[in-house]
Design a protein around this ligand. Structure first.
Ligand code: NAP
Length: 332
């Protein structure tokens, strides 16, 4: 192609090559930055004799959390809704770590019935529970009501874990010192919690319900820690970082194209994303720390009114009603 008698093909080719090299350099620099700034839990502390439940262990951060705990000798229960997928993960990690004490159990956090069945199974089969890790999470594309009349994202991210914690609390207390770890998100900062609408029936952009659900995770953890004071059970929450995992799969078209590219090129890996969770689950230094929020293996401050005690209490009371807590269920 000639412009003013000059062949511009080589120039265009050179510009494309330059842009490509520039892009790859930026990607490499961001990856390097991720490695340098990511908090790594370097302690070799062992977890032999400890039983840990990890929800949502069939992929992403949950899978890597199981791998790290399995390496440390823990008995890990993979609490998952997709048993085939979870079994494959279990077998892969068991083979790699030579830890055969990895057990897959069915748990669909969006169903109160499934949460109750899972808890019943655990209470029947387990003598102790040292760590409960609420890792499973979703950001649904559409506003869907579950069989319990709960909005699906809120049900999976908040109401299911809220009920599960109640049903397993006595086992945790009997196993004290024990820990509850909640995988929240720094995206809580993009919202607040509308206490008049914690179970939304409409939304003009349903994926954004993810933000209040993560806000609720933090309110819940702080209130839980207050209620568990003196029991030997701690509760802490965390932001894992921006991680290239399955959580982005529900971003609607066409927003998913740039999102997937950005996630692949710039976000941290699930292995980097599990570091703070593993630290909160095992670190000796943190055995008495409770009611805190962590990121990159360090404690962080909170904002946007998420530490408001009265808000957390109200959320708690509303959640008790919505999960239909029975008089015979343990109270926290
Ligand atoms: N990725 C990030 O950048 C990021 C940032 C901040 C916080 N987080 C939080 O990190 C946690 C882990 O997410 P991830 O990034 O690893 O995403 P992911 O790869 O999508 O993993 C989510 C896990 O949750 C499970 N899950 C979803 N709905 C469930 C249900 N109803 N019952 C039981 N399990 C269910 C999924 O199971 P299936 O395999 O069956 O789908 C999967 O195992 C979530 O709480 C998320 O909010 C992630």
């Amino acid at each position: 192609m000639y412009v003013y008698g000059i062949d511009i093909c080589p120039i265009i080719k050179a510009l494309i090559a330059l842009a490509l090299v520039g892009f790859l350099t930026v990607v490499a620099l961001v990856k390097f930055y991720n490695v340098v700034t990511c908090g790594y839990f370097k302690s070799r502390v062992k977890m032999d004799g400890k039983t840990v439940i990890v929800t949502g262990a069939s992929g992403g951060i949950g899978k890597e959390t199981v791998r790290e705990l399995a390496k440390r000798g823990a008995r890990v229960i993979l609490a998952c809704r997709n048993l085939d997928k979870a079994q494959k993960v279990r077998d892969e990690i068991a083979e790699e770590t030579k830890n055969e004490s990895l057990i897959v159990k069915k748990l669909d956090l969006s169903s109160l019935k499934s949460v109750r069945e899972f808890a019943e199974d655990i209470l029947q089969s387990e003598q102790r529970l040292d760590v409960l890790i609420h890792n499973a999470g979703t950001a649904e594309k559409k506003l869907i009501k579950t069989e319990d009349g709960l909005e699906l994202t809120m049900a999976t991210n908040h109401f299911g874990p809220f009920l599960l914690t109640h049903l397993l609390i006595d086992l945790l207390k009997r196993s004290a010192p024990a820990r509850i770890v909640v995988v929240a998100s720094s995206l809580y900062q993009l919202t607040s919690l509308d206490l008049n609408n914690i179970n939304p029936s409409s939304s003009w952009f349903p994926p954004w319900i993810y933000y209040p659900s993560k806000y609720a995770n933090i309110c819940f953890t702080l209130e839980l820690a207050r209620r568990l004071e003196g029991t030997g059970v701690t509760a802490n929450c965390l932001h894992p970082g921006l991680i290239d995992s399955g959580i982005w799969r529900n971003v609607p078209v066409p927003l998913n194209w740039p999102t997937n590219l950005i996630a692949k090129c710039f976000f941290k890996t699930p292995q980097q994303g599990c570091q703070t969770t593993v630290m909160l689950a095992c670190s000796d230094e943190l055995k008495e720390v409770t009611g805190k929020y962590f990121m990159d293996c360090k404690e962080h401050t909170l904002n946007r009114g998420v530490s408001d005690v009265s808000k957390a209490k109200k959320l708690w009371e509303l959640s008790e009603e919505l999960v239909k807590l029975k008089p015979t269920d343990p109270k926290i």
